[in-house]
Design a protein around this ligand. Structure first.
Ligand SMILES: Nc1ncnc2c1ncn2[C@@H]1O[C@H](COP(=O)(O)OP(=O)(O)OP(=O)(O)O)[C@@H](O)[C@H]1O
Ligand SMILES: [Mg+2]
Length: 262
């Protein structure tokens, strides 16, 4: 595990978002560190996707800011987020099923030679290097991704994020609808990424997986952070209580946001 530096890679601060009279996020502040897996949990509608969409540049906050490497932004665009090294692996993975592995990994960022011609050989070489490093077993890079297993598809999406140069990788429900073996592979992949020094943020409803991988757990309820805690200090039932609202939001002890940004 890469030692956690005192400076967060990304800091979100006092983010707010309302849709009409629905408050999706209320004064959310959170730090994201290199080399760490941070889980975001909460009931349906708690604001998890809204929060990560702000990091991905897909949703614009009403107020608050996002700080990446000491630069402050009121909001990000998808291009800006990728440029800053923030990649998101969505549940639907946004892959083009009829195109092969290499084409998907380099989608929109194809390598060219002579200014015009797609450099397929160089793309294949780089794709293979990244997949090997991630220990993702895909026998042929010419396979259309629609024919791959869920875990392999997840791997292609992650390889794309890495080729884009990401150092923060966000997963929205990566193991939902996956079997035991495939889930185990995706979990190992996230652990590899954190070990390599990346910041990994994962939204999950599966507390078993959360406790297996996360160093810190951020609990959202009705758009507010009710706790950011070290996983090793908590039992799953305590997290369930925080998610369900059994534990009141207090200013001391359990339920306190422990790393609130200023
Ligand atoms: N585009 C939108 N228009 C209106 N309301 C929205 C929009 N996006 C999100 N919301 C609302 O904001 C709240 C938070 O939604 P969000 O998708 O962030 O929840 P979530 O925690 O990801 O839930 P789930 O676990 O079900 O995916 C919900 O009440 C949702 O209905
Ligand atoms: Mg969601």
């Amino acid at each position: 595990m890469v030692a956690k530096t005192s400076n967060p890679l990304v800091r979100v601060s006092h983010l707010n978002k309302s849709y009409g009279n629905i408050t999706a996020l209320l004064d959310v502040s959170l730090d994201i560190y290199a080399g760490e897996i941070l889980a975001i949990v909460g009931d349906n509608g708690a604001g998890k996707s809204t929060l990560i969409k702000m990091l991905a540049g897909v949703v614009k906050p009403d107020s608050g800011y996002i700080k990446v490497r000491e630069q402050t932004y009121p909001y990000l665009s998808p291009t800006k987020a990728i440029h800053l090294g923030i990649s998101t692996v969505y549940q639907d993975l946004a892959l083009v099923d009829c195109r092969d592995v290499v084409s998907n990994i380099f989608l929109g960022r194809e390598l060219v030679y002579g200014g015009l011609m797609v450099d397929r050989r160089r793309m294949e070489k780089q794709a293979r290097q990244v997949l090997d490093k991630l220990q993702i077993n895909i026998p042929s890079l010419k396979t259309p991704v629609g024919l791959l297993s869920g875990g392999q598809r997840q791997g292609v999406a992650v390889a794309r994020a890495i080729i884009q140069g990401g150092n923060v990788i966000i997963f929205d429900e990566p193991t939902a609808a996956m079997g035991v073996q495939e889930s185990a592979k995706v979990i190992r992949l996230m652990q590899e990424l954190a070990r390599a020094g990346m910041a990994v943020v994962v939204i999950s409803h599966n507390l078993h997986h959360v406790f297996e991988i996360a160093e810190r757990i951020c609990v959202l309820r009705h758009g507010q952070i009710v706790a950011v805690c070290k996983a090793s200090d908590y039992q799953p039932n305590q997290i369930v209580e925080l998610i369900m609202g059994v534990t009141p939001i207090t200013t001391d002890g359990i339920g306190v946001q422990k790393d609130a940004a200023n």
